[in-house]
Structure formats: C-alpha cells, structure tokens
Write a protein that binds this ligand. Structure first.
Ligand SMILES: Nc1ncnc2c1ncn2[C@@H]1O[C@H](COP(=O)(O)OP(=O)(O)OP(=O)(O)O)[C@@H](O)[C@H]1O
Ligand SMILES: [Mg+2]
Length: 356
C-alpha cells in the first residue's frame, strides 16, 4: 500500500510552472530520490510535501489522511505533519547546545519533559553524538553539524524524512560515510525517505526508486537499475551516467555519422522507419564501447584525439569527422594512442529521434 501519495500536484509561481501534475506514490519504508537539473522543481516538491509551500492544484496524502488540497480548501500545517526534515544548509543553532538543538522540535510540540529527554538521548546515540551533547554545534566539523541536523529530524520519530541535499556541504569521503549512516538509520527506524540530490551516485546508492524530473515534469520513475539501463527517453539517458550522442544523417538509404563518411551499418544500423528522421541520434555509454580490430562487423572507424589516465580507468576521445565520443577502459586495457586510427564497437546503444 502506498504511504505518501501525490495526486496531480502542481505549483505555479506566476508564469513558471515549477511542478506540473506530479503523481507519485511512495511506500512505507521506501527510499525515494528526486533527481534533475537545477530549477526542475525538486525543492518545491519537498516543500509542498512538508507543508511549507501551498499547492496550486492537486492533493497530498499520507496514508489515508489528506495533508493539502486547495480544491477542498484543506491544509495541515508543517508542525502537525510528522515529518523530519534536513536541508542543504546545516541549520543548527550555534547558541544552543547540541542537546538543545535536537530537543527543540520536541519542545515546540509540547512533548512531556521525560519523553523529550528519552527521545533526544536516543537520537543523539543513533547519530553518535552523545559525547557532544553539552557542546556547541559551532565547534563540530561539517559532518558533525550534519549529524545534529539528522538527530533533530530523527527525534520526532518521523513517519517520513524529507532530505534536501543534506550532504552537499560535505567532502566526498564524509558524504559517502553519511549516506550509509542514513541508510542504517532508515533500516533501524523504518521511516520513508524523500531524498533530493544532485549527486547521482548518492541517489543510486540510497534509493529503492528514483524520479527524474525536467522543468517540473516527470520523465521517469523507476529503480536505479532501470533508470540507468532502460532510460525512458534521451533526457534521462543523458542525465544519468556518462553518455555519448552522435548525430546521424541518411544518404541513399544508408546511415552515416553526420559530418563524416563513417557508415553505421549491419546490426548497428537504425531501423528503416527512423532513417532520415529529424534529430536522429545514436547514444552509447563510454563504458559500453570497445576497441576492436579494423574491419570487425558493425564497428566504426575513427581517430583517437585524447587519452587521459584517470587512475582506475583510461578515458579516450575518439573523433568521427567533427563529432566525438568518449570511451572508457580499465587501466590494464591496452588501447590505441593519440593520433592513431581505431575501430570501436558498441556493446549497447539506443536510437533517439527529435529534440529530446
Ligand atoms: N518562491 C519562489 N518564487 C518564485 N519562483 C520560485 C520560488 N521557488 C522556486 N521558484 C522557481 O521554481 C522552479 C523550481 O525551483 P526549485 O527550487 O524547486 O528547483 P530545484 O529542482 O530544487 O533546483 P536546485 O537543484 O537548484 O535546488 C524554478 O524555476 C525556480 O526559479
Ligand atoms: Mg533545490
């Protein structure tokens, strides 16, 4: 049974449609992430679920309870929604101790003193902050402050955690550590998570499902595996993971990489019905390309124009006329050198037509 339900949720800021008829169901205990370029409506969506932003249209439910509905003129204020929230800025209060920072939301909810102490202590224990309880959060590291924000959200025993880029101010190492800690806390307490991030690997690592959004419109809602491997459209393909696109022209019933004489033939060729379509594009991932010997069926002949050693992988740029792709191979994979001609084969590819 779905736990959080958004029905045709829409938010209009003047002429800007920040969120356009969003329909979404999140399960109890599910970790659900929202990904998309800056300005696509992620924060606005979270704020509407939290109750900080009213809806222009649509409804938000948790379980069977209505939280917001402009049509029914119904709106439950944020403090009556049992949601924990952590936002990008640390938002800890330096003039209060770590303990008081965490206890604060319980105090404003008029929770009884003994219960406040119990829940605050437990949240501090869960986030490894007990020994810092009496210190000022100002003296903590970035990760420490982030833990305080998490503990504060945990203390109310939330049904749902709304996390808006909660780790983006941390260095990469700490981020990785904290994302596993969030996952552990979720396992322990069973809350649902709505997670907003710019970091795809963070979304992949944490989420049961991912929503990819563009200009307020849902592009795909799926498992991390499917969003990566079976993207719904060209936008999703380009947004998730590394991607290569080559424009393709038709001539005499054959397909050519535009601006070159390289023919895309055999098993790689586009179906007849899309040959010559506007915006015809072949798409691949750099990791799904290999160097093969000249004349290998369905391979494409190009020239290596860049080769960069990135540690575990070697990153090549291969040009066909004025278009190029990236190819990534393991560091032990012996590939061609800059300036050499090469043939590449795609182990997987997609065809797209039109703008997006
Ligand atoms: N209070 C507001 N008044 C007017 N427009 C707003 C307001 N809040 C957001 N917007 C607009 O709504 C759209 C969505 O903004 P939102 O903050 O939800 O994007 P986002 O996906 O969270 O972006 P980012 O990744 O940069 O945080 C943007 O076009 C933004 O300019
Ligand atoms: Mg945002």
């Amino acid at each position: 049974m779905s736990y959080i339900r958004l029905v045709d949720v829409t938010k209009q800021f003047g002429k800007v449609t920040a969120v356009d008829k969003l329909n979404l169901e999140i399960e109890k205990g599910e970790c659900f992430s929202m990904l998309g370029p800056s300005g696509c409506g992620k924060t606005t969506t979270l704020r509407m679920v939290a109750g900080f932003e009213d809806l222009s249209d649509g409804e938000v439910y948790v379980g069977d309870n209505l939280l917001s509905s402009p049509k029914k003129k119904y709106y439950l204020p944020p403090e009556k929604r049992n949601f924990g929230m952590v936002f990008q800025a640390f938002a800890v209060w330096p003039h209060l101790s770590v303990y008081e920072n965490v206890a604060f939301p319980l105090r404003i909810r008029n929770v009884e003193a003994a219960e406040i102490d119990k829940r605050t202590t437990e949240a501090l224990r869960a986030t490894n902050l007990l020994k810092e309880a009496n210190n000022s959060p100002a003296n903590l590291s970035g990760g420490g402050k982030q833990r305080v924000a998490l503990a504060r959200a945990l203390a109310i025993n939330p049904d749902v955690m709304l996390l808006d880029e909660p780790l983006s101010s941390l260095d990469p190492h700490l981020r990785e550590e904290m994302r596993f800690e969030i996952k552990d806390l979720q396992k322990k307490y069973g809350f649902s998570i709505m997670y907003v991030t710019h970091d795809q690997s963070e979304a992949m690592a944490l989420s049961d499902r991912i929503l990819v959004m563009k200009l307020g419109v849902v592009q795909q809602i799926d498992t991390p595996f499917n969003v990566y491997n079976n993207p719904a459209n060209k936008f999703v393909f380009s947004f998730i993971g590394l991607s290569n696109f080559l424009n393709v022209n038709a001539a005499n019933g054959k397909a050519f990489i535009a601006g070159s004489e390289v023919e895309i033939a055999g098993a790689l060729a586009p179906k007849a019905e899309i040959l010559g379509a506007d915006g015809l594009t072949i798409a691949t991932r750099p990791s799904e390309i290999s160097f093969v010997s000249e004349g290998t069926p369905d391979s494409l002949r190009g020239v290596v124009t860049r080769k960069a050693f990135l540690g575990e992988i070697i990153d090549y740029q291969v040009k066909f006329g004025d278009q190029e792709i990236r190819v990534q191979k393991g560091r032990r994979d012996i590939g061609p050198e800059v300036g050499e001609n090469c043939s590449v084969a795609f182990s997987r590819h997609f065809w797209y037509t039109g703008e997006e």
